[in-house]
Design a protein around this ligand. Structure first.
Ligand code: ATP
Length: 311
């Protein structure tokens, strides 16, 4: 069954089209990843799904019900973890969760019980009476998640929930996402961290300039680019090295540097290793190592968009 159906969803800000005819179906039990660079249109899409932003064109259906005509039902069944932490510093952790769960319609004993459970779930069970100002960034993120899940929604949308936090909280959040999913929640997970999306998502949509440019499991996405290979050349010193000249070598599609590693994406069928090595020798650049990597989502993203996910 589809939990969410999005059809030709469009958002315009004045003349600017931030989301451009996005159509997607998200099935029950999925962890569905939205992968895209900054400004790709992920948050705008999510905010329309969560009913926070008016749709310019297109439709959204949650569990078969149209969002425009059933806003109360949709609100009850969606939990949004926003990109910017939205908690009240002058309320305790428990009061925060109860406040947000109350907005989603919970009352009385159920409200109290679910709020406590949600705090336990994110590992803040012993912080019920603490104020968020004493929390680390990661703990605030976890509280933000508790606020979105206490009303036990069918669909949880997480907008970059691991930005700017310590590795321990990051691990905790990723484990919580998997646990929520195994408890029966469908999840939309937005990120520009390729590794996270690769690790937890069953399907992924790559979003670029407001459009879905590819969609499928990690394996399906990688199979889209079997015609590309990824060569990494580690050199002694990549400073001042002219990437444009490498870009002009036979078969090369794009070149990037990361420190002293030069990453070359190239046509798989063109045997250009000799040419590449000769070029480095001619430029008197000392090669430390050279390897060809199996393509991953990074390769897919770069091949499809011509850009790196994170600059
Ligand atoms: N209220 C607004 N008015 C005008 N333009 C907007 C508004 N909100 C977003 N945009 C623009 O729409 C585009 C998509 O933004 P959006 O926040 O959805 O991207 P994103 O993929 O979530 O990126 P990020 O990872 O940086 O949050 C951007 O170019 C952004 O500047």
């Amino acid at each position: 069954m589809n939990v969410l159906e999005i059809n030709q969803l469009t958002k315009k800000f004045g003349q600017f089209i931030a989301v451009d005819g996005v159509s997607l179906a998200i099935m029950e039990g999925e962890i569905f990843g939205f992968l895209g660079a900054n400004g790709a249109g992920k948050s705008t899409t999510i905010n329309m799904i969560a009913g926070l932003l008016k749709i310019s064109k297109g439709e959204i259906k949650l569990l078969g019900k149209d969002l425009k005509r059933n806003s109360k039902y949709v609100k009850k069944n969606i939990g949004l973890v926003p990109q910017d932490i939205a908690i009240y510093e002058d309320l305790t952790a428990l009061e925060n969760v109860k406040f947000f769960a109350g907005l989603y319609g919970l009352r009385g004993n159920e409200l109290n019980k679910n709020a406590i459970e949600a705090l336990d779930f994110v590992g803040l069970g012993d912080k019920q009476k603490s104020y968020p100002k004493s929390f680390s960034g990661g703990m605030k993120r976890r509280l933000n998640i508790a606020c979105a899940i206490a009303h036990q929604p069918k669909l949880i949308i997480m907008d970059e929930p691991t930005v700017g936090i310590d590795p321990q909280s990051r691990k905790h959040i990723l484990e919580s996402v998997k646990k929520l999913n195994s408890n029966g929640c469908t999840i939309i997970y937005t990120s520009h961290y390729m590794e996270e999306v690769e690790a937890i998502c069953s399907r992924i949509a790559i979003i670029d300039h407001g459009k879905v440019i590819a969609e499928g499991s990690k394996e399906q996405l990688i199979s889209l680019i079997t015609d590309a290979k990824d060569i990494q050349v580690e050199v002694k010193d990549a400073a001042d090295f002219d990437l444009k000249e490498v870009n002009e070598l036979n078969g090369v599609r794009s070149v990037q540097t990361e420190g002293n590693v030069i990453q070359i994406y190239s046509d798989a069928e063109v045997n250009n290793l000799n040419e590449i090595i000769l070029h480095f020798m001619k430029k008197k650049v000392e090669i430390r190592s050279l390897k060809e990597n199996a393509p991953n989502l990074e390769t897919v993203f770069l091949t499809l968009t011509g850009r790196k996910l994170r600059d």
